[in-house]
Ligand binder design. Structure first.
Ligand SMILES: *Cc1c(COP(=O)(O)O)cnc(C)c1O
Length: 440
């Protein structure tokens, strides 16, 4: 038996690992190895799952923490050779790009948190998105997606798709009629973000799931802005849920990672893409992510508490025009947010009076939040879409997706609400009194 057989795809004309008999053999039992059983995880609360699910109990040392299996490769025995020959190499340790106990531990924890059968981790959110989308479509496929997607995903559909002989129609995620009208005979996928950035639209996932089912196409969502304590999109009928784990899941602004969770059958189809495209997650990063995940539910409660208090303060401030926070009654999607979200997050978007000039002055006077893109870390991060995430758009294009002048994008960390309110209070004093600024 030669090890080269596990390269499957490279040797055959078509993607044999994607269509091979192994993938649909769902009765096969996965040998989980020396891992904590997660079979009953769905009966446990979120924090219990976050702490215990997937955690590797090392039988040799009794270590309470999952060891970091910092190895590129594994000694092959008969069982491993058989797994290669039998086509179930995903269930064995052979080479770290294919699988590693550190990856398994964090994958099982993530699957338990999402209420999923299986999960797979990647070296970035974009690696997860690319491998997942391309595993779900064939040549010539068409995708219907949101028009205000994350920049990297937008580029996948707009720049990469045409070179691969595929196409995408981007539609306002509020406009369900337009979404349905965009579905063509070759449409294979609906792709949406459950909460959009930066105006924090809450997307009607159950209705999209219903639409996908009626048209017999798949619905994949990016739930980076709504981690599992907030929303579990699989419960609302999506086929696969993706996260940039660089944000809330890890929560400490110190690594880049991604994950896709869903039914084992679909995750098994994504795995060969991970092997081919190569975006596997390093064991040390797995350890950091697993450690971060243990405090995810408790961090989310702190994010929500500080964000709610700060959003209410901002809403009452005379120098603030408007605040967008889905858990406040003033948010246009408040009713849907109450239905789909178990709690709020740390993301607050607001508009200061005096436009972008006033917003720049606000940032200059804030002491606690760091001026940086990204979100979901323990530290508050603040940025202005006009000169960062949406800098390449014209002011009219920005206005079309709700980014009016003075727009501030804030990811509230877990700092004490009183300290954040005091800091924003003093900084907001510096932007008044203002005459209306002129916009370019
Ligand atoms: C950050 C982000 C991504 C990309 O994730 P990386 O880990 O940076 O590759 C994708 N989608 C959303 C919504 C994000 O915020």
């Amino acid at each position: 038996m030669s090890i080269s057989n596990i390269r499957g795809d490279a040797h055959s004309a078509g993607p044999s690992l994607t269509t091979g008999k192994w993938l649909n053999k769902l009765e096969r039992k996965r040998q989980t190895g020396p891992l904590f059983g997660t079979a009953h995880a769905h009966e446990l609360g979120m924090s219990t799952r976050a702490v215990h699910a997937g955690t590797n109990d090392d039988p040799r040392t009794g270590a309470v923490g999952t060891p970091i299996y910092q190895t590129s490769t594994f000694v092959l025995n008969d069982d491993q050779y058989d797994s290669v020959e039998g086509g179930y190499a995903r269930d064995r340790f052979i080479y770290t790009r294919y699988g590693n106990p550190s990856q398994w531990a964090v994958q099982e924890k993530l699957a338990a948190l999402e209420g999923a059968e299986s999960a797979i981790v990647f070296s970035s959110g974009m690696a997860a998105i690319t491998a997942t989308v391309l595993a779900m479509v064939d040549k010539g496929a068409h995708v219907v997606a949101a028009s205000d997607l994350y920049g990297g995903t937008y580029n996948l559909f707009n720049q990469e798709f045409p070179t691969l002989g595929m196409s995408a129609t981007l539609v306002d995620s509020y406009d369900l009629e337009a979404i349905e009208a965009a579905i063509q005979p070759n449409t294979q996928l609906l792709y949406f973000e459950v909460i959009t950035n930066p105006v924090l639209k809450v997307v009607d996932i159950p209705r999209l799931a219903d639409m996908a089912e009626r048209h017999n196409i798949r619905l994949v969502v990016d739930s980076t802005f709504a981690p599992p304590p907030v929303m579990r999109p699989l419960e609302h009928g999506v086929d696969l849920v993706i996260h940039s784990a660089s944000k809330y899941l890890n929560g400490h602004s110190d690594l880049i990672a991604g994950v896709t969770a869903g039914p084992r059958k679909l995750i098994d189809q994504i795995w060969p893409r991970l092997l081919n495209y190569g975006g596997s997650l390093d064991p040390h990063a797995c350890f950091l992510l697993e450690r971060g995940l243990k405090t995810l539910p408790i961090r989310m409660r702190a994010h929500e508490a500080s964000a709610t208090a700060l959003a209410e303060f901002l809403e009452s401030h005379p120098n603030v025009e408007r605040v967008l926070y889905p858990m406040l009654p003033s948010h246009p999607d408040h009713a849907l947010a109450k239905k789909l979200m178990d709690m709020g997050t740390g993301n607050v978007t607001f508009f200061v009076k005096g436009g972008d000039e006033a917003a720049l002055r606000l940032l200059d006077h804030l002491k606690l939040p760091k001026q940086a893109t990204s979100l979901g870390g323990v530290e508050s991060l603040i940025s202005l879409p006009f000169n960062s995430s949406q800098a390449t758009m014209t002011s009219r294009q920005r206005a079309e997706i709700g980014i009016d002048p003075g727009c501030v994008r804030l990811s509230v960390g877990i700092e004490d609400a009183d300290d954040l309110i005091a800091d924003f209070g003093q900084a907001l004093e510096h932007i008044a009194p203002m005459k209306e600024a002129k916009y370019a």
